[in-house]
Ligand binder design. Structure first.
Ligand SMILES: [Zn+2]
Length: 467
């Protein structure tokens, strides 16, 4: 990570949760009805609710109960839903906690590099934390991280940008194998992160103690994305709307051994990395009457208006999208069936298992580059480099690479990943010189000039007079 935190901006109306058919506690229902009243009195205020920062305190509960908003999924191919859950796991599921042995304690919190493509400052750092793995099962966890990342990174535009990512594993040693609520609701497992199915009464909602996750994630050198992998073959997951303050934005949970549970994490990164809105709707929300949404994939405008006013995804309108059909302005988005439009009929921001639309793909690539750099080098620019020293860089797949000596391009060196100042023609003339490498990602998947600025980077090294 090198740039600022990219906050998710969406936050659904609380009344939307009712439409999801979620069982509610009395306290939460009271809060909801208050919110619904407020919404009907001033819909624009509700619709423009502030970005989620958590944990929040539920005033209606009568005691300080820390909660998080989560998005969850009832099955592969399903539309996601939202609800609010406790930040800590209910006490009935955490009983029986046994202190770890000395050997287990020694292994707890170990950090491993699963995939390393460059310095953390130049890459998106994905941190996996395991739950429900005993000390003897940590190798299983590492294998599960590899296969889960392979699934996530098979989705475009991840696939085209794999070398922008580092992947880390953080070992959390559990007393028991597996997680609570698997296979059935009554099953209780003593695990490091207290993850559990049947959260909030929903079987597929896989919750976790977010405070414990944060303490493990902090052990990794850098976290831009955090994924909790719970040791289970049961379908489930969740996306937590959390601004951690530690560089990552949101936590995704996924079961380790269900083939479709990776899609939850992919959808969540649409929010956290891409800044994208959900494109599904809750029928009772009716017609949106608020301000134009901030997110790049939701608008009050028609396709003709987008084009005329050069707004949002107008550059893509009429083009064939990877998720099917052509880009336009399709009615229904961001929880409202009317009054808001989405770019395509059915992208991953609407239904799990789908692909990103063309505008969604553009937002994701820009999101990658907010955390990572198109050009990376382990040779620091803060110290002088000798004429004979090796300069190595790596660049994104679709990037052009040029070298410059004192500002003039050395065309013969185009595309070379390893050079020396001497090989570039830096003379030994008793004077200072500079060598610059410049890379530009030439992908056609990003059209917006403001975003294309993220797709270029350079490094400049000083060559001292005495070398
Ligand atoms: Zn979502």
């Amino acid at each position: 990570m090198r740039r600022g935190i990219w906050r998710r901006r969406h936050r659904p109306l609380r009344s939307a949760v009712l439409a999801g058919g979620v069982a509610l506690t009395a306290a939460f229902a009271a809060a909801m009805s208050a919110a619904a009243t407020a919404a009907s009195a001033a819909p624009s205020v509700s619709a423009a609710a502030p970005s989620a920062s958590a944990p929040s305190v539920s005033a209606a509960s009568g005691r300080a109960e820390r909660t998080h908003e989560v998005e969850y999924f009832t099955g592969p191919g399903a539309h996601p839903r939202h609800t609010e859950v406790p930040a800590a796991t209910p006490a009935r599921l955490t009983r029986g906690d046994r202190a770890l042995s000395a050997a287990e304690t020694a292994a707890d919190g170990d950090v491993g590099s699963v995939i390393e493509n460059g310095p953390t400052a130049d890459k998106v750092d994905v941190v996996f934390v395991g739950d429900g793995y005993t000390a003897a099962q940590q190798d299983d966890f590492h294998a599960d991280v590899r296969s889960k990342w392979a699934q996530i990174s098979a989705v475009e535009p991840y696939a085209a940008y794999r070398n922008l990512f580092n992947v880390w594993s953080v070992d959390a040693v559990s007393n028991q194998s597996g997680v609570s609520g698997d296979p059935s609701k009554g099953v209780v497992k003593d695990t490091a992160l207290d993850s559990y199915f049947w959260c909030d009464g929903t079987e597929r909602l896989l919750c976790v103690d977010t405070g414990k996750v944060a303490s493990y994630a902090a052990k990794a050198p850098e976290a831009d994305l955090v994924v909790v992998l719970s040791n289970s073959a049961k379908y489930g997951g969740a996306g937590y709307a959390i601004s951690s303050g530690a560089g990552y934005d949101g936590i995704a949970t996924a079961s380790s051994d269900h083939p479709d549970s990776d899609q939850v994490a992919v959808h969540e990164t649409g929010h956290s990395l891409g800044g994208l809105a959900d494109e599904y709707v809750y029928a009772p929300n009716g017609t949106y009457t608020g301000a134009e949404p901030e997110e790049s994939n939701a608008t009050k405008l028609s396709a003709a208006q987008l084009t005329a006013e050069k707004r949002k995804w107008y550059r893509w309108i009429g083009q064939t999208s990877p998720d099917g059909g052509t880009v336009g302005a399709y009615e229904g988005s961001r929880y409202y069936p009317k009054g808001l439009n989405r770019p395509t009929e059915n992208s991953i921001m609407r239904t799990l298992g789908r692909k990103y639309s063309l505008p969604g793909r553009e937002a994701m690539i820009a999101g990658f580059y907010r955390h990572a750099s198109v050009l990376s080098s382990r040779t620091r620019t803060s110290a002088p480099v000798a004429r004979a020293a090796s300069l190595k860089v790596s660049v994104s797949k679709a990037a052009s690479l040029k070298w410059y000596v004192d500002g003039a391009e050395v065309t013969a060196a185009r595309g070379k990943k390893t050079v020396t100042p001497a090989s570039l023609g830096v003379p030994s003339d008793g004077r200072h010189h500079t060598v610059m490498a410049k890379a530009v990602d030439t992908t056609r998947a990003v059209k917006d000039p403001a975003l294309r600025k993220l797709l270029t980077d350079s490094r400049t090294w000083k060559i001292p007079a005495t070398s």
